[in-house]
Ligand binder design. Structure first.
Ligand SMILES: Nc1ncnc2c1ncn2[C@@H]1O[C@H](COP(=O)(O)OP(=O)(O)OP(=O)(O)O)[C@@H](O)[C@H]1O
Ligand SMILES: [Mg+2]
Length: 457
């Protein structure tokens, strides 16, 4: 006889509670506890590899090549983000908003991995085999080696995995899987966590690479328990950046650099790599408008130009708005405070709105100089010189600090036809020695930048 055990699970963090309460004691979220009951099975699952014992070995004696070589898909924008290719035995997550192109990207990648001679299995709980076939026809990918399983029952899936032993498994999506051991509905915290836990054990025990596709919630995080992100080796997000652009970023990677991003363009034939993204961005910049400055971003291994837009407007509110999209709001607030202190500006009667065009998000402090320039440009209603670009970090003392990668930023700016590069004065001589031909304007303090903006035109 099976016995039903009642419990309450927090939808936000996955913490289990024996009793309901209005607030999760683990993460502090209100109204996040939902009742879920588990059928405690005395027999447990019959899948043999789940019971296999792992041996203890000395780290020095372990053959690192046992992980195997990374599988390079040849899609450079993806390979770079994931850290050089898919690692056998890795367990990861690809998230994205509905319709952004997750299934498209994954089908294209699977065809590439299959062409390396790997056994690939695409498990879909969302679409029928016919729909997948139709997409594959449209993308014109080699379909001969891609195996498809339309199933959402976890026990059935585990059975298939045990029999077929594929080397690369994609589950589209983790929110559709359900185990008969839990009466909870697919997509619930329990189902997502249990399904992921078993698929992870398959990946680690059999050395197969497993990639889960996950839906994102309104606040932009993967739907399901927060623990899901802790379980996986990497978390990739596919996002839209100005139609038809798509951006792939990693927010967690146990085997790779987090700052790399991949850029694609959605086409009727699927996602095409953007080998020269700056060319596309340059066409979209609003040159000659007050309140816009171009920032030379260098977070991964390449420079990308981004349009920083700032709007400074009058307000009657006692607490003026400080809003930022694409940049941390706190950072904007700090910059406003530093400008008020060191420039003697009074922005207490002004709302300040910042937007990083195209849906980009930047964590790099090098953006500061572009933000300040755009803010001053909007405040003074003076456009900045066309084809000019900025990079430099603002210190609380009102001075600009040197940031890494200035040489790379300068050479890409030169290649893309920019004519002026505003950067911290201290880096100027070094860059001149390196043969940068672009006109460089050294800016040490907020005062100097203010004068530059005021003198424009
Ligand atoms: N014929 C077409 N021509 C151009 N683009 C298309 C075409 N068909 C689909 N697309 C693009 O593909 C996107 C859907 O891709 P896909 O189904 O891979 O997204 P998804 O992220 O898997 O969505 P879901 O969350 O619904 O599973 C559409 O939003 C559209 O941009
Ligand atoms: Mg899909």
């Amino acid at each position: 006889m099976s016995k039903t055990v009642k419990k309450f699970v927090c939808e936000k963090c996955g913490q289990e509670h024996l009793q309901w309460s209005g607030r999760c004691t683990a993460c502090g979220t209100w109204n996040s506890l939902v009742e879920e009951s588990k059928v405690a099975s005395p027999k447990g699952r019959q899948t043999s590899w789940l019971g296999e014992r792992a041996p203890i070995s000395k780290l020095g004696e372990i053959d690192s090549s046992s992980m195997g070589e990374r599988w390079q898909t040849g899609v450079a924008e993806f390979d770079r983000v994931i850290g050089g290719g898919v690692l056998p035995g890795s367990f990861g997550l690809l998230g994205g908003t509905p319709g952004v192109g997750k299934s498209t990207l994954i089908l294209q990648l699977m065809a590439r991995i299959a062409s390396l001679g790997k056994e690939v299995l695409y498990i879909s709980g969302e679409e029928s085999a016919g729909q997948i076939k139709e997409r594959a026809n449209r993308l014109a990918v080699d379909q001969s080696q891609i195996q498809v399983l339309c199933e959402s029952n976890l026990e059935e899936i585990l059975g298939h995995l045990e029999r077929e032993r594929p080397q690369f498994v994609v589950v589209d999506s983790i929110q559709t899987l359900f185990s008969v051991e839990f009466p909870a509905s697919p997509g619930s915290v329990t189902q997502v966590r249990e399904s992921a836990a078993l698929l992870m054990r398959f990946a680690k025990a059999k050395g197969a690479a497993v990639m889960l596709i996950g839906h994102v919630t309104k606040d932009g995080t993967i739907a399901g328990p927060k623990t899901l992100e802790h379980m996986v080796d990497y978390v990739l997000y596919l996002e839209g950046v100005g139609e038809p652009g798509r951006l792939l970023r990693s927010v967690k990677n146990r085997f790779g650099n987090l700052s790399e991003i991949g850029l694609f363009k959605m086409t009727p034939k699927g996602l095409a790599e953007l080998a020269n993204p700056n060319q596309l961005f340059l066409e979209q910049f609003h040159w000659g408008k007050p309140g816009m400055a171009i920032f030379a971003n260098f977070e991964g291994s390449r420079t990308l130009f981004m349009e920083v837009q700032v709007l400074v407007g009058d307000t009657e509110q006692r607490q003026p708005a400080r809003m930022a999209v694409g940049l941390e709001r706190n950072r904007l607030q700090v910059m406003v405070a530093v400008m008020e202190k060191h420039l003697g500006l009074d922005l207490s009667g002004n709302d300040v709105y910042l937007n990083l065009a195209g849906g980009f998000r930047v964590g790099e402090t090098a953006i500061d100089m572009a933000v300040v320039a755009a803010l001053l440009s909007s405040h003074l209603n003076k456009p900045l010189p066309e084809r000019s670009v900025f990079a430099g970090e603002l210190a609380l003392t009102g001075e600009f600090r040197v940031v890494p990668g200035l040489e790379e930023r300068a050479s890409e700016a030169e290649r893309c036809g920019f004519t002026k590069f505003y950067l911290p004065q201290r880096a100027l001589a070094r860059l001149e020695k390196k043969g940068v031909r672009l006109e460089m304007v050294g800016i040490d303090t907020l005062d100097q930048l203010m004068r530059q903006v005021a003198e424009t035109l």
